[in-house]
Design a protein around this ligand. Structure first.
Ligand code: MRU
Length: 346
């Protein structure tokens, strides 16, 4: 059986990047082998790999590939010539701040790398970003699971699992830890139109671990909360602003409003690399818009009449006042606000 230890979106083979092609799940488990930074940039843009921490880790390894190419092509000027690749990489998707966080970190690593054998130094930093993400997820899993009461019924959205991170997951890390501790009696996952990360990825990933999951159309959340009852909505984040507002997959904001109406609590699970303290609030978070065709079609088949237009806003912002707790690897912030977020970094 494949376990969460084995579900890996990203592997570093020592000289190339191996990405599980998440566009093909759950039907096919296929990997892309990536040797060049530009191919990693495309893989991020085209959703081969997705989820904020996973995008950041992929970018860190992509910088290793870029450094190798530029050191080879331009040994005297590589620290300058690499810059265009890094800029394209950082712009591959706009909302997940982990991407820019990782590229900036790797840029600093390049600046600090010794002239003799810089590549080893740069590779060590990428591996460390990857390993620290997994450790952060395990810590958040334990902290978040502690907050659950016995026999909890939980709902998640999109995929914030091993597939979206270095391994184990953020929101799904909490759900994994809670299930293993025997505290969770029911897990609901929203299907997450249009890419169906909930149906294709979250359900697949949980079932790899024999964790039962019940899918619902995104539009059924209010009905499920009212008729079946729900204790917690548990989601990840693409970016947390300085006041605790959270950008995450489109539909997250609706779930927060519904949770408040139905007496369920709302937990966001995200490492501190997802917090963007340069933004005072969520209004300034750049929210990705993707091609309308993703909404006008389903499973590769057009479902809307020609001439129809669609909104394909990929993320929304949940105001901090609707969030009961933010779980990070540095601790839990209850009722997050600017002071609570600042305290995480003191
Ligand atoms: O468009 P995606 O699939 O990259 O969106 C992913 C999400 O919205 C996740 O919830 C978020 O990145 C947190 S992943 C731990």
């Amino acid at each position: 059986m494949m376990t969460s230890e084995k579900v890996r979106a990203i592997e570093w083979s020592g000289d190339r990047l191996v990405l599980l092609d998440q566009r093909l799940l759950p039907e096919r488990t296929e990997y892309l082998f990536i040797d060049r930074c530009g191919d990693a940039t495309r893989a991020i843009r085209d959703m081969v790999v997705r989820g904020a921490p996973a995008i950041g880790i992929t970018a860190a390894y992509a910088v290793v590939l870029a450094a190798r190419a530029h050191i080879g092509d331009n040994p005297g000027q590589w620290r300058t010539s690499i810059d265009a690749d890094l800029r394209q990489l950082g712009d591959a998707r706009p909302t997940a701040v982990n991407l820019r966080w990782a590229v900036d970190r790797m840029r600093n690593t390049i600046a600090m790398a010794p002239d003799h054998d810089p590549l080893n130094f740069i590779e060590a930093e990428a591996k460390s970003i990857h390993q620290r993400d997994i450790a952060a997820n395990r810590r958040m899993g334990a902290l978040g699971a502690d907050l659950l009461d016995q026999d909890a019924s939980v709902m998640t959205h999109c995929n914030a699992g091993a597939l979206a991170t270095g391994g184990y997951g953020t929101a799904l890390g909490v759900i994994r830890a809670g299930f293993t501790a025997g505290k969770i009696k029911q897990i609901f996952a929203g299907e997450t139109r249009p890419w169906l990360q909930g149906a294709r990825l979250t359900a697949w990933e949980l079932l790899q671990d024999d964790i039962p999951v019940t899918l619902l159309p995104d539009s059924a959340a209010a009905h499920v909360m009212r008729r079946l009852g729900l204790d917690w909505v548990i989601v990840g984040a693409d970016r947390v602003a300085g006041n605790g507002d959270v950008a995450n997959k489109i539909g997250t904001y609706s779930l927060a409003v519904l949770a408040r109406q139905h007496g369920a609590r709302f937990m966001v699970v995200a490492p501190t690399s997802t917090i963007d303290r340069s933004l005072a609030n969520g209004d300034d978070i750049e929210l990705e818009q993707r091609d309308q065709q993703e909404v006008l079609s389903c499973g590769g088949r057009r479902v809307a009449p020609s001439g129809a237009c669609a909104i394909n806003a990929v993320f929304d912002v949940t105001p901090a006042e609707l969030i009961d707790c933010l779980v990070t690897e540095k601790g839990v912030v209850n009722a997050p606000d600017a002071a609570g977020i600042r305290a995480l970094f003191d």
